[in-house]
Every structure is written in structure tokens, then in C-alpha cells.
Design a protein around this ligand. Structure first.
Ligand code: SF4
Length: 700
């Protein structure tokens, strides 16, 4: 694939059709698009040719290649096969570019969560896509097996030395020592950090290094599936030898783009960065004797010593910036510029140096050059651009930080999305189940109307057996929360214990503290002697989690178990696929408003509709977790009375037709469920083994 140094496309200046000419008429192009879809379906017969698939792909390709529209957004309901639309788009776009313009196309398929990537990975295998489609996760998902291979090699050479007979005798006396898999770390903590290519090549583990193998596969593939965070990081990096801008970007869960971009490009500028530079400088000073020549010739030696003296004099001066609380953005920009220059200068000391200096400091400086700071450190140019829009600057001193830290954020998502995302795409297809008003969505991203077309697909699902009950059990606003939470939690338990005792379900609690309140309530009823309200209630039916690993384990257990388990937590709104019996009821305890802090307040002031828009998006996503197929059914309960404020504004998935008022009165006495389950025996073992962690990614 042609990937090279990072390229950027001006979001407004689109020159594809000026640079690429064709003799084909529009009618011929349309025929080519139709042929590409037929060819895809023929090549992958496992894929069902639904009307939605064919219509969306045809329309998007026609808009892009015939009508010359660069950005197309499609709101398609949950379960309508958006991932398959993505696979088909990648293939057909490539087919059309080849036929119409005689060029090889390539695409990115972007996803937001690990769960979705897992689903896509399974699809790639199921549909036998081969090398044309490849997935690359974040670096932390791949193992560094250096230590394991070292132990393996040591064991093998020991066996060889012993000879066959002695080895057989030795193994009859004691079991063979197996290399310890717990020595495997993740790629981002790799052993070879800072090494040059030749040195890495000499390692026994290099040819099977999973990250390197998978990165190459994704770089070579016609369609690379990346997560947003990886895409934004590599495409915005100054040097990026593997992933350049591609002809087509397919953005799944596209409603999340503004939030993802804003969160990723929120900067933490900490005194720790200069302190690290200072530590490195002092180590260089202490490791080298004064009379050691550093540079390879006299001029270089003088230059390096002068650079060193300047940096070590300046480094401690920056501390004052973090001691006072009134630093301005221009001052911070100077600091960031100094840190970047200092790092570059120190890294440059690995070139044109004496062999003695290289031997003593080479590896150390190389490692310093590759190490990341604790948080994303901005490029000075990014902060300068932000400083040119003073109304969009959010800046705060973080009182909780150990060394002193400022948080700098951009309040205007439109500019950020244009600079960080749109400028890294050529043609882009946005797919989501919750784009809300699609025209407004285009405006939010900062797309010019003449470069944009949007659609909303009507759901094909049968929602007649999937009502949404607005239960009005009490206002869970800040002011009324303590008065009403008991009643709301009772309603939640009534739904689980009395209305759905034999079915699996999900409870969205909005926060961990609400999940804790529910847990306490369950224990309270379990051990109350006069428990007439929920006799026989079992805490072990409910799966609470705290960490992402625990959440994954709970979801896995819920899907595999025959028992009517209920998963409870605040982060189940997106990417969870509970189809048919995996989820028959869906409870939203509280409206998922973003938590209020200084940043959220500033953002609400800057973009007044943002707060309500993200809340509605989250609610619609949550409702979609348990309706995953045309003939699926589930019942949704909105407990908090505050839902009445946003319910009329929820679009798509026939939500307005499904909404029904149903006040839930919890009786003082209930009967015991007819059937009791033995949940305890099925409890999840949440200890994660090394094999669970790395799964398919281990080369043995
Ligand atoms: S090549 Fe891969 S496995 Fe080997 S040390 Fe480097 S990261 Fe680890």
C-alpha cells in the first residue's frame, strides 16, 4: 500500500475530480457502481443482499462518484447491518476507482470500541475476507514476548546440551520447565523500545512480533479497521510511515466523532515534562566525565556542550510557571515549545557522536526519545491555533496534580473535527444509529453544505412488541434526587423481580454510585426479616462491575449463561449487542446527562444545544441495546421522570410510536417468584489469565 509520510487535506479544498479524469459518462459510472455491488455479493456469498445494504451503498457511491459529493451521512437503525455496509462500501469503492479512474483505492473502517472491533474481527473470519480486510487494535492489545522467547531459547539450548538420552532421563526425573507466560507484557511496554531497526531485526521474537505483523497486514490491506483513537493519533503524527490518508474513510458510530476528537485533543501540560528533561540532563552529566569528547569532531563537540549548558541552565526556570496559578496560554505555549525543542535536541545527540558517548548514552537517549509523556503533549502549533480563537479556550489549573498541571481544552468541536479528522479524509461515509437531525450533524462537524448529503433510513424492525414505558417514578434531578431515589430503585427491582423474573436484562445506572445504591437496596431486601416487597430476591442474579475487564467478563457470562442474569452499570450505552434472549428488558434508571464540571459548564455556554444533544444520543443508544434484529423484541423502562423532558425529542427507531406512559406502582407485598435459580454456582471467575488477555494474538 502507498502509505507514507502524513498528508493532510484542506477540509474545504477538494481536488480529487480535478486531479483524476475519466471518459466515462454518468450513466456508465452508475452501471459500474451496480456492477461493483453485484461483484461483492458474488465474491462473498455469505453476505445477505438486504435492501438496506444495496440502497445505502448504491446511494453513497452515486453521491460520491457521480454527484461529486465528498461527505455522506446515513442514520441507519440499530441492527440494520452498518458494519456490513462498511465492508461492502470498501470493496465497491475500490472496484469503482479501479474501473473508472484506473487507480487502486484503499479505505479505513473506523470503530469506537473494543467490543465492536471484536465483532468485526469475527465477521472478517466468518466472511473469509482474506488479506483484503485487516484489523489493527491499539498497541496495548498486543504482547511483547521477548522474555518468553528468551526462556524458551534457554530451555531448548539446555535440552540440546544434555543430549537425547540425558534429556530423556532428566525429564523422567522432573517435569520440563515451561517458559512463564506471565513474563509477557504489552507492546507499549516493549523490551525493544528505543532500538533501531537493525537491532530489533536481530531478536528471535521479531519475526512473530504480533503488533509488527498485524500493523503490516493492516497497512497492506485494501480496508484497514482501526479504532478512532489509533487513527487520530497516527494520522496526526508528524511522521507516519504505515498509515497515510486513504481514498475512503468509513466512520461507524459517527455520532461519537466530536466527543472522541474533543477528548483526545484535550491537553494536560504538566511541570513533570520539564522535570523529566532535567533528570535526563543530570544523568548525562553524571554518567560522563568532564573531559570526554561527545561529538564526532571538535565543532560538533563544542556545539553539543553549548546546547547542554543552555538546556541545563534553563530547565528549572519553568517551575515558576506552575507555582503561580495565573499562567496565560501564550506562556504555556512558550513552555511547550521549549520542552519540544529540548527533547529534539537531546534526541539529536545520538547522531555524529563519539563511540564512547554512543556506548554510554545511546540506548538511554533512544529510549527517552521514544517514551511518551504521561498525557498527550500538544504540539506548539496546535496551541497557537487554539489561542487564535480565544472564545474557544478552556484552561484550568489542576489542583490535584502532584507536580503542577494545566488542562487546556478546545470548546469548539467544529474546528477540532475539521483540523484533526476531516483533513485526514478524502471521501467519508458517516454511519450511525443516532445522528439526530442529520443536517445539524453536518453543521456540527463543520462540513460545507455543498460537500454534504445526509439520509435517515426508516427502521425495518418490527417494534410492535418492543414498547418503551415512560414510568415517571420520580424526578432524579440534583434537587429531588434524595427524595425520589428509593422509589425509583424499588421500581427497578419490581421490573426485574416481578415483571421479568425469568428473563435476562440490563440496567443503565448512569453512575457507579447509583449502581452501588441499587446493590445496597438488594442486600437490604435480602436480609430484612419483614421483606414482603421482594421475597426471594437474589443479589447473585445481578452482575455489577467496576473495571473494563470485569465488564467484559460480565457481558460474556450474561450471553453464555442459561440463567436470567441482569447486568448493571453506567457504561453500557454503546457497543453492547444483546439480541433475542440475551436481553428482554432494558431499564434506564436516570437520564444520562453528562456530569457537570467547569468544562461542561463552559461548553454549555459556548454551544447551548450540545448538552441536551449528547444526552439524547446516549439515551437512544441505550434503548437500542436489546433490539438487535428484525424480529427481536424487548421492553424498555424509563424510570426517572426527567425523561419526559427529552422523550419528545428522541428521533429514529420509531421511538415516538413506541413511547407509552405507564406509572409503576410497587405493591407493598409481592409473592415469591414461581421459579428460583441457583445463581451462585455460576458466578463468574473474573481472574483473567494471560491467554484471556492476549487471546488470538499469541504466536504460540
Ligand atoms: S520485537 Fe516485539 S516481541 Fe520482540 S522485544 Fe520488540 S516488541 Fe517485544
Amino acid at each position: 500500500m502507498e502509505d507514507s509520510a502524513t498528508t493532510t487535506m484542506n477540509p474545504d479544498a477538494f481536488t480529487f475530480f480535478d486531479e483524476n479524469e475519466t471518459d466515462m459518462t454518468d450513466a456508465q459510472k452508475i452501471e459500474c457502481i451496480k456492477e461493483s455491488i453485484r461483484s461483492f455479493l458474488k465474491e462473498y456469498p455469505m453476505i445477505r443482499a438486504t435492501d438496506t445494504l444495496v440502497l445505502v451503498v448504491f446511494q453513497a457511491l452515486k453521491n460520491m462518484l457521480v454527484d461529486k459529493i465528498r461527505f455522506v451521512a446515513v442514520e441507519a437503525p440499530t441492527g440494520s447491518g452498518k458494519s456490513v455496509i462498511g465492508y461492502c462500501m470498501a470493496y465497491c469503492f475500490n472496484y469503482c476507482l479501479h474501473t473508472i479512474y484506473g487507480m487502486d483505492g484503499s479505505s479505513y473502517l473506523l470503530t469506537s470500541s473494543k467490543m465492536l472491533q471484536k465483532q468485526i474481527q469475527e465477521d472478517f473470519k466468518r466472511f473469509s475476507f482474506g488479506e483484503d480486510y485487516a484489523m489493527l487494535k491499539g498497541t496495548a492489545n498486543y504482547p511483547c514476548t521477548y522474555m518468553y522467547f528468551e526462556q524458551l531459547a534457554a530451555e531448548r539450548s539446555k535440552q540440546k546440551l544434555l543430549g537425547a538420552a540425558a534429556s530423556a532421563f532428566a525429564s523422567s526425573q522432573q517435569s520440563t520447565v515451561k517458559p512463564d507466560k506471565s513474563t509477557i507484557t504489552s507492546y507499549d511496554k516493549r523490551y525493544c523500545i528505543g532500538w533501531d531497526a537493525d537491532r530489533k531485526n536481530s531478536l528471535a521474537c521479531f519475526p512473530t512480533c504480533q503488533y509488527i505483523v498485524k500493523r503490516k497486514a493492516a497497512s497492506d490491506a485494501m480496508c484497514a479497521n482501526l479504532n478512532y483513537s489509533y487513527f487520530l493519533t497516527v494520522l496526526n503524527a508528524s511522521m507516519n510511515p504505515y498509515f497515510a490518508m486513504r481514498n475512503l474513510t468509513i466512520a461507524d458510530e459517527a455520532h461519537l466523532i466530536p466527543d472522541i476528537v474533543c477528548n483526545m485533543f484535550s491537553f494536560e501540560i504538566s511541570a513533570a515534562t520539564a522535570r523529566r528533561v532535567g533528570k535526563v540532563l543530570r544523568e548525562i552529566r553524571d554518567t560522563n566525565s568532564k573531559d570526554l569528547m561527545w561529538g564526532s569532531d571538535a565543532d560538533r563537540d563544542v556545539e553539543m556542550h553549548l546546547q547542554f549548558s543552555r538546556l541545563i541552565t534553563e530547565v528549572d526556570e519553568w517551575d515558576t510557571l506552575f507555582l503561580r496559578r495565573n499562567t496565560t496560554l501564550p506562556e504555556l505555549i512558550d513552555y511547550v515549545r521549549w520542552c519540544s525543542d529540548a527533547k529534539k535536541t537531546i534526541v539529536s545527540w545520538n547522531k555524529n557522536v563519539t563511540p564512547e558517548f554512543k556506548l554510554k548514552m545511546g540506548g538511554f537517549i533512544g529510549k527517552f526519545g521514544e517514551e511518551e509523556t504521561d498525557a498527550p503533549f500538544p504540539k506548539p502549533v496546535e496551541l497557537e491555533e487554539l489561542a487564535s480563537r480565544p472564545n474557544d479556550v478552556f484552561m484550568k489549573y489542576d489542583e490535584s496534580s502532584k507536580y503542577g498541571k494545566y488542562i487546556v481544552r478546545d470548546l469548539q468541536e467544529r474546528e477540532l473535527v475539521r483540523n484533526k479528522f476531516l483533513s485526514k479524509t478524502q471521501f467519508c461515509l458517516f454511519l450511525s444509529a443516532t445522528l439526530g437531525n442529520t443536517d445539524q450533524y453536518g453543521e456540527l462537524l463543520g462540513i460545507r453544505p455543498d460537500q454534504y448529503k445526509s439520509y435517515r433510513m426508516e427502521p425495518t424492525f418490527d417494534y410492535s412488541t418492543s414498547p418503551i414505558y415512560q414510568c415517571n417514578c420520580g424526578w432524579l434531578t440534583y434537587k429531588n434526587f434524595s427524595d425520589n431515589i428509593d422509589n425509583c430503585l424499588d421500581a427497578v427491582l419490581y421490573i426485574c423481580h416481578v415483571l421479568h423474573p425469568d428473563e435476562k436484562g440490563i440496567i443503565h445506572t448512569s453512575t457507579f454510585s447509583n449502581a452501588e445504591l441499587l446493590k445496597e437496596k438488594i442486600f437490604d431486601y435480602m436480609y430484612k426479616s419483614d421483606n414482603g416487597k421482594f421475597p426471594g430476591i437474589q443479589a447473585s442474579r445481578f452482575r455489577f462491575y467496576r473495571t473494563p475487564q470485569e465488564k467484559d467478563a460480565c457481558v460474556k457470562e450474561l450471553k453464555q449463561s442459561q440463567l436470567p442474569l441482569v447486568i448493571v452499570g453506567p457504561s453500557l450505552y454503546e457497543g453492547l449487542d444483546l439480541k433475542y434472549d440475551e436481553g428482554r428488558f432494558n431499564i434506564l434508571l436516570k437520564v444520562p446527562y453528562p456530569g457537570i464540571d467547569d468544562y461542561v459548564r463552559a461548553k454549555m455556554e459556548r454551544i447551548p444545544f450540545w448538552y441536551e444533544r449528547v444526552t439524547i444520543e446516549k439515551t437512544i443508544q441505550a434503548i437500542g441495546r436489546t433490539n438487535r434484529a428484525v424480529d427481536d423484541r424487548s421492553t424498555t423502562y424509563l424510570i426517572d421522570s426527567t425523561f419526559s423532558k427529552i422523550a419528545p425529542k428522541m428521533l429514529g427507531s420509531k421511538i415516538q410510536e413506541r413511547l407509552e406512559r405507564k406509572y409503576l406502582e410497587v405493591p407493598q407485598t409481592n409473592s415469591k417468584p414461581k421459579k428460583m435459580y441457583s445463581f451462585e454456582a455460576q458466578n463468574t471467575n473474573q481472574n483473567t489469565s494471560v491467554d484471556d488477555l492476549w487471546g488470538d494474538d499469541l504466536p504460540f
